[in-house]
Design a protein. Structure first.
Lengths: 527, 457, 123
């Protein structure tokens, strides 16, 4: 026979003892796929470039004598190095594509790739905001079509498309409220905000020049209607209410709240961050809301991109519609679409409070959101909210025997389940459970928010998780919660398996290093 | 609804039943008990279509896209705050990596070092490009960054009168005016004039001890480049701040940075690098300033630190300025910013490097100089500018706006007419802003020249 | 020389017409690592109850109210480089500012050390 014994060994040596991870060091400090990546300032150089450009024509320059002579200090990489740099860095990120991302109030649902493909069609991606309107009819039509979807889904008669993100949408809504009140000569100065609100609510009201006062919550985690009514008066411009609220609960008195605010001459802003719980199922317009922003980057699946871009269209009631910001896309009688800007606002939009951004809003997000809506349809969107709420309640009931659920007794939650760290021992808290979840391969839930619950943990699974994925997540959560209740010391130093251990935020804040500076020996080494 | 067609929803009817059983509910409607019954819809929202497959959706979207004139399909010369540059293929590849695309704001730094390190690199690149000490992790766009800079100057100087250059983009002025109505800031502004000189001297004369800031665009809306060192000096003497606005960051590969001329705050639109036109958004606001003002900055900041093992790492820092902590006392209400566009910007900048950026800037400038020569040789066309980067203003002997429309019908996108930007200012109606980037070919310029000759004849 | 305390966890050390103000050891313990202190400008006229300073940890910013009225005459510049002094020496080296008292009667409303200790024990 032909005894060929060369080549790689295929049999593992028996009785090998596996060393502990700590006992092994590597030359690079890397661990297989876990690879550290230096900064471009340490590896790149000003002379290196990953682009080829044609030679410039030989003409006199006309820069007015302001040529930039001093070095700029931005290093370059070749394309191969550049792709590797960012690819390596990307692998140090958790993302929806990697696993379940239960960040409460952030609606981290799957981002369909058809959205990305559609946004890149040249007819959307490669058009300029100031092109003559006849040359961008399809883009204007798309904005108009998306606006119609948003109006129908919310049961509201008007929508402003230009706000750039949720907080910008809040600002849009509050400015419309202020404009409407001023238009009737009714200067009011206070906006009421529940204690449990997102920080953007009070910040927005203040940005628009309002004083902010808290609305207390009742023991069920809802707005205290009687306390609210008692506070309403001629100085109250309006309320900002998140519904479903930040505890993941629907405000059953929403209509009564709206009626009371309206009766007192105020207006109602609804923070739509949690619209995913009710999309296709409940229309905010039926609850007396005057303005509500919609985070296209939450409910309508446009990607979060590590912190934006978002998009925050705002729907308006009849009372606020005349004050909506410019520009506005309108369909003309001849079927053409027209962009109403300052020039043409006089006739029908003379009460508009003005322009909030340079151009027409987040077109790239509109394309993705409309693609998502068309994919789901009215039936699919109803299923979205139902599944999102089902998944959250399933988590609530699968864990409320081991974790305290502050409002769990009062009934079902909406699209997110709220727990607290009550019962953890040995000084462990929500942060430690969160870091323990990282070692289990998950992004943690939202922690320490809402502020009205001590050691809050807000879990939002979204509708795009399968039962199997949720069961595994629940198992991991239960296991880490058990360790936290038992006082497991190891949780204090978690995560142990992430690209980094806990980072020193105190040092970062005490001695801020916000840009890279050459270390002294770096300059010498480069010489 | 046929379950098998809902491609994004993984729960099966059996899953739903078993989960309801765990919850102790009969139907999913039992979970919506807090919603008053009269507010609960019994069926799908009326007036909207039902779900559709990929092919059907794609067909719908493509039909809309086809109704637009894509810039790449014809000679294209629009600028005025949004510029068409070639974005290398690798940049789009990087921002489509799911680990970047589908990540959230880096609140858990141990598993977000990828986003955080790129933000740190972005901040450094922006600060160096602008010639200032620090930069933040991005704003929505240039126009909102500009207003935030004005409010920041108010907080620092405790004054509320801002002098806006007539060369500031009129939409940026509009945004500031909208906000100032509510915040009671005073904005001093006049529309520009068709003059080769900027209104630098007027601004210089207007600075007084009530002035909070002077806002100057560089290059300005008409493409003019002016040294702002004298403004910086006088601002300093009156304890006011100089804010520079850069809508075309590629220019800073060729001309001195605002920081080098003494600007205190530099903001800009970063769309030129990596992001693309996208009909106006999403774009990426750039925001930098002198270090001493860092605690008054809006937006997120990424900073360097170490982990428990002493390894270098990055975190979001100085968060006490921000809304989630400071609430009504925050420096801004901004939360979500423009992270992925910032990634596109930084990746493109990394691919260019200083050498590539300077080459790109030179190429833009010289092509523009050449085009300006050709176009201003046409009878009935005058070049307004003495100096410019990749954008200049032509003064036609007819109204420019109808000509731009007529040329669009001939599939030439000729530029932005001042009539579109300043419909109220009749004296500007003959102005046409023409941008010439590296994407413009000699043939494109010739096509525009011939068409203009025809239109003016 | 005598030391007073407020129920907002500030201490006031009075010597003649001059008062030195800081936050208590109990307060720094509650706040955690202090990363930044914003002190008032010299020359500021403070009314009792005004926002006088801000003390920041990584996760929170807390307003420090003027415990007494007066004109700020000196601020602790060491805090700029070393905010951690508030943690390591809250009631000595980590003082915030000094002011000239404009109304000494305000001191009568404040607690002495013993009363403050009892107040904290009751929290």
């Amino acid at each position: 026979m032909n005894m060929l014994s060369e080549g790689r060994p295929t049999k593992q040596e028996e009785n090998l003892t596996m060393p502990t991870q700590d006992a092994i060091t590597t030359h690079t400090g890397n661990r297989a796929l876990m690879v550290d990546e230096p900064l471009i300032f340490e590896t790149g150089s000003p002379d290196r470039s990953g682009v080829d450009l044609p030679d410039a024509p030989e003409v006199e320059s006309r820069l007015g004598g302001l040529d930039r002579k001093a070095p700029i200090g931005v290093p370059g990489l070749s394309e191969a190095e550049m792709v590797r740099h960012y690819t390596r860095l990307s692998r140090q990120n958790y993302a929806i594509d990697v696993g379940l991302f239960p960040l409460g109030s952030c609606t981290m649902k799957h981002n369909p790739r058809l959205n990305e493909k559609m946004a890149r069609l040249k007819g959307f991606a490669d058009i300029h905001p100031m092109q003559p309107m006849e040359s961008v009819q399809g883009a204007l039509e798309l904005i108009h079509e998306l606006a119609e979807w948003l109006k129908l889904l919310t049961g509201m008669p008007a929508v402003a498309m230009s706000p750039k993100a949720g907080a910008h949408g809040e600002l849009c809504g509050i400015l419309a409220i202020r404009s409407a009140l001023e238009a009737r000569g009714d200067a009011r100065e206070v906006i009421l905000v529940p204690e449990s609100a997102h920080g953007t609510n009070p910040a927005t009201a203040a940005f628009a020049g309002y004083k902010v006062e808290d609305i207390p919550a009742n023991s069920n985690g809802r707005v205290d209607l009687e306390a609210l009514k008692a506070r309403l008066g001629p100085d109250v411009a309006g309320v900002m209410i998140t519904n479903p609220n930040t505890c993941g609960l629907f405000e059953p008195d929403m209509k009564a709240i709206s009626d009371a605010v309206h009766a007192a001459g105020g207006l109602v802003y609804c923070d739509g961050a949690n619209f995913n719980a009710i999309v296709g199922k409940v229309r905010p317009g039926d609850l007396g809301v005057d303005a509500m922003h919609i985070n296209l980057h939450k409910t309508f699946s446009t990607p979060h991109g590590g912190g934006g871009p978002g998009s925050g269209p705002v729907v308006f009631s009849e009372a606020l519609a005349p004050f909506a910001p410019l520009p506005i896309v309108e369909k003309m009688d001849n079927g053409h679409f027209h962009l109403i800007e300052e020039e043409t606002a006089e006739e029908h939009h003379s009460s508009s409070f003005g322009r909030m951004v340079a151009f027409h809003g987040q077109m790239g997000m509109f394309t993705r959101a409309l693609t998502y809506m068309l994919s789901h349809g009215a039936d699919g969107l109803k299923q979205v909210s139902e599944d999102a709420v089902l998944n959250a309640n399933y988590i609530l009931r699968s864990l409320d025997d081991i974790l305290e659920a502050p409002f769990g007794k009062s009934g079902p939650c909406m699209h997110e389940a709220l727990f607290s760290d009550k019962g953890f021992t040995n000084g462990l808290g929500t942060l430690d459970l969160a870091k323990g979840m990282i070692d289990e391969g998950y992004h943690p839930m939202t922690m320490y928010f809402p502020l009205v619950v001590h050691g809050a943990m807000l879990v939002e699974p979204t509708e795009t998780e399968s039962k199997a994925a949720i069961d595994q997540f629940v198992g991991a959560f239960r296991s880490v919660a058990e360790r936290a209740k038992a006082g497991d010391e190891l949780l204090k130093s978690a995560p142990h398996f992430a690209p980094r251990h806990r980072l020193d935020e105190t040092q970062a804040a005490r001695k801020p290093a916000l840009v890279w500076t050459e270390p002294e020996d770096f300059a010498e080494a480069a010489e | 609804m046929k379950e098998d067609k809902m491609r994004y929803l993984p729960l099966t009817p059996e899953d739903r039943q078993s989960m309801l059983a765990t919850i102790g509910a009969q139907t999913v409607d039992d979970l919506f008990v807090d919603v008053p019954e009269e507010a609960r819809l019994t069926g799908p929202v009326q007036g909207l279509p039902m779900h559709a497959g990929e092919m059907a959706v794609e067909a719908h979207m493509k039909a809309l896209a086809k109704k637009n004139h894509a810039a790449g399909d014809m000679p294209f010369f629009l600028g005025a705050g949004a510029y068409r540059h070639h974005v290398p293929a690798s940049v789009d590849h990087i921002i489509q990596r799911g680990e970047f695309l589908t990540a959230y704001t880096p609140y858990q730094p141990e598993i977000a070092q990828g986003t955080l390190q790129t933000l740190f690199e972005f901040q450094t690149q922006v600060a160096r490009l602008f010639g200032v000490d620090v930069a933040n992790a991005s704003m929505y766009d240039g126009s909102t960054a500009c207003w935030e800079a004005i409010t920041m100057a108010r907080r620092i100087t405790k004054r509320s009168k801002a002098l806006l250059s007539s060369g500031l983009h009129p939409h940026y002025v509009s945004v500031a005016k909208t906000m100032a109505k509510f915040t009671k800031d005073t904005l001093v502004y006049d529309a520009p004039q068709l003059d080769a000189a900027t209104d630098g001297q007027r601004l210089l004369d207007q600075i007084d001890s009530d002035t909070s800031c002077i806002v100057v665009q560089y290059p300005d809306i008409l493409g003019r480049i002016d040294n702002m060192a004298a403004l910086a000096e006088k601002a300093k003497a009156h304890k006011a701040l100089l804010i520079a606005v850069v809508t075309e960051p590629v220019a800073l590969g060729a001309i001195m940075s605002p920081g080098e001329m003494g600007a205190d705050i530099v903001v800009g639109e970063g769309q030129s690098l990596g992001v693309g036109l996208q009909f106006g958004g999403p774009y990426v606001g750039l925001f930098g300033c002198k270090e001493k003002y860092v605690r008054q900055m809006p937006g997120r900041l990424c900073g360097e630190t170490v982990d428990a093992e002493g390894k270098r790492g990055f975190v979001l820092t100085l968060s006490t300025r921000e809304q989630h902590i400071r609430r009504e006392k925050a420096t801004s209400n901004i939360c979500t910013n423009s992270g992925l566009c910032a990634l596109a910007f930084t990746a493109h900048m990394t691919l260019l490097g200083e050498k590539g950026l300077r080459q790109l800037a030179t190429l833009n400038h010289k092509k523009a100089v050449q085009a300006a020569g050709r176009l201003s040789a046409i009878s009935g066309v005058k070049l307004l500018n003495d100096s410019f980067f990749n954008e200049f203003t032509l003064v036609l002997d007819k109204d420019a706006r109808p000509i731009v429309r007529a040329l669009a019908d001939q599939r030439i996108l000729a530029g932005v007419s001042l009539g579109r930007l300043y419909p109220e200012e009749e004296s500007l109606a003959h102005g046409l802003i023409v941008a010439v980037t590296e994407t413009v070919s000699d043939e494109d310029v010739e096509a525009l020249a011939v068409a203009l000759e025809g239109a003016l004849a | 020389m005598s030391r007073y305390f407020t129920d907002e966890h500030e201490w006031v050390e009075v010597e003649g017409d001059t008062a030195t103000v800081g936050i208590t050891d109990y307060a720094q313990e509650q706040l955690g690592d202090i990363v930044f202190v914003e002190v008032p400008e010299v020359g500021t006229e403070l009314e009792q109850g005004d926002d006088a300073a801000v003390v920041e940890s990584v996760k929170a910013a807390s307003d420090v109210y003027a415990a007494v009225s007066g004109e700020v005459i000196e601020v602790n510049e060491a805090l700029e480089d070393e905010p951690g002094l508030v943690n390591s020496s809250a009631e000595e080296d980590g003082w915030f500012f000094r002011l000239t008292l404009s109304d000494k009667e305000e001191l009568e409303e404040l607690m002495d050390e013993k009363a403050y200790k009892a107040f904290v024990d009751g929290l």
